[in-house]
Ligand binder design. Structure first.
Ligand SMILES: Cc1cc2nc3c(=O)[nH]c(=O)nc-3n(C[C@H](O)[C@H](O)[C@H](O)COP(=O)(O)OP(=O)(O)OC[C@H]3O[C@@H](n4cnc5c(N)ncnc54)[C@H](O)[C@@H]3O)c2cc1C
Ligand code: FES
Length: 255
C-alpha cells in the first residue's frame, strides 16, 4: 500500500449535477495505476480541516486525477467554492478493488456511489447497469455510461419519478431479477449502508452468492490506525479503509 503524499493543485472544476461537481487535480509526482474501488485521501491544506477526506477515483493518469464530489459538509463545500488553482495533497491509491468476474455482471449504484463503479464498466462485460438518483437534477455520468460498449442494458430510476423509472433502484433490480430468474448473476454495488443491506436481502431471495459492495463510511485516517471506519459484522470488526472498502456483502450482513 502506497502511503506517500503527493502534492497537487485543483486546476479545473465543473458542476455536473445539482450539488455534484468534478475536479481535476494536477499532481507533482506520478500517481500509481488504480483499480476500480480504490480511493484517495484528499487534504485541502487548511487549518480548519486538518483531517483528509476519502474520495473514489473517477479517472487518473500519471500526473492528473479526477474526482467527482457531492457537497455535504465543510471540506466538500470548500472544494466547491475555493478559488482555483487550489493547493491540495492526496494519498493513494488506497483500499482494495472490486473483483473482475466473468459471467452475468450487474452493477447497481445509488447516488454518488456511481463513481467507484464507473471504471469497473471499462473492465468487465456488464449485463445490466442500474443507477438510482433521488431526483432528475441529481442525475450524472449517464451520458458517459451510455458511450461504453460492453454494457448490454442501462436502467435508471429517480426516487420521485421526475425522470426514468419511479422508485428505488433496488425495486427496479428486483423487477429485473423476477423477469430473468434463470440468470446466474454477480452483483457489484456502491451506495449508502441501508441500500447495500437491501441489495444483500434481494441477493438472498434470488440465490445470488457473488455480491460485492463498496462502503462509504466516515474515515479519519484512511490507513487503519484510527478505527473511525469500523463496521461490526457477524465475523467481527472490519476496517473499511484497510480491509475494504469493497467487501462481499455476505461477510458484512450474513450470519
Ligand atoms: C471509500 C470512500 C469513497 C468515497 N467516495 C466519494 C466520492 O467519490 N464522492 C463523494 O462525494 N463522496 C465520497 N465519499 C464520501 C466522502 O468521503 C464524504 O462525503 C466526505 O468525507 C465529507 O466531508 P465533509 O468535510 O464535506 O463533510 P463533514 O463536514 O465531515 O460532514 C458533514 C456531514 O456529513 C456526514 N458525513 C461525513 N462523511 C460521511 C460519510 N462517509 N457517510 C455518511 N455521512 C457522512 C457527517 O456526519 C456530517 O453530518 C467516499 C467515502 C468513502 C469512505
Ligand atoms: S479511517 Fe482510520 S482506521 Fe479506517
Amino acid at each position: 500500500m502506497r502511503l506517500k503524499r503527493i502534492d497537487g493543485k485543483i486546476v479545473a472544476r465543473k458542476i455536473i449535477a445539482k450539488g455534484i461537481f468534478l475536479i481535476s487535480i494536477d499532481l507533482m509526482e506520478d500517481f500509481d495505476n488504480f483499480a476500480p474501488g480504490n480511493f484517495v485521501m484528499l487534504n485541502i491544506n487548511d487549518f480548519e480541516n486538518i483531517l483528509s477526506r476519502p474520495f473514489s477515483i473517477y479517472s487518473a493518469d500519471k500526473r492528473n486525477i479526477k474526482l467527482i464530489i457531492k457537497t455535504v459538509g465543510s471540506v466538500t463545500n470548500k472544494l466547491f467554492k475555493c478559488s482555483l488553482p487550489q493547493d491540495v495533497s492526496i494519498v493513494g491509491p488506497l483500499g482494495n478493488a472490486f473483483p473482475e468476474l466473468k459471467g452475468n455482471n450487474l452493477i447497481v449504484s445509488g447516488g454518488i456511489g456511481i463513481v467507484p463503479v464507473f471504471e469497473l464498466t471499462n473492465r468487465i462485460d456488464v449485463e445490466g447497469f442500474f443507477a438510482g438518483f433521488r431526483t432528475k437534477e441529481e442525475i450524472f455520468l449517464i451520458e458517459e455510461i451510455k458511450k461504453i460498449n460492453n454494457i448490454s442494458s442501462i436502467y435508471i430510476s429517480t426516487d420521485d419519478g421526475s425522470q426514468y423509472y419511479r422508485g428505488f433502484i433496488t425495486e427496479y433490480l428486483e423487477d429485473y431479477l423476477i423477469r430473468n430468474r434463470e440468470g446466474d448473476f454477480n452483483i457489484y454495488a456502491c451506495g449508502p449502508l441501508p441500500f447495500l443491506k437491501k441489495l444483500w436481502e434481494i441477493s438472498r431471495r434470488f440465490n445470488i452468492s457473488n455480491i460485492f459492495g463498496s462502503f462509504e463510511t466516515y474515515m479519519a485516517c484512511g490507513f487503519g490506525v484510527c478505527l473511525g471506519c469500523t463496521l461490526d459484522t457477524s465475523k467481527g470488526y472490519v476496517k473499511v479503509c484497510k480491509d475494504g472498502p469493497v467487501f462481499s456483502l455476505n461477510d458484512i450482513f450474513g450470519e
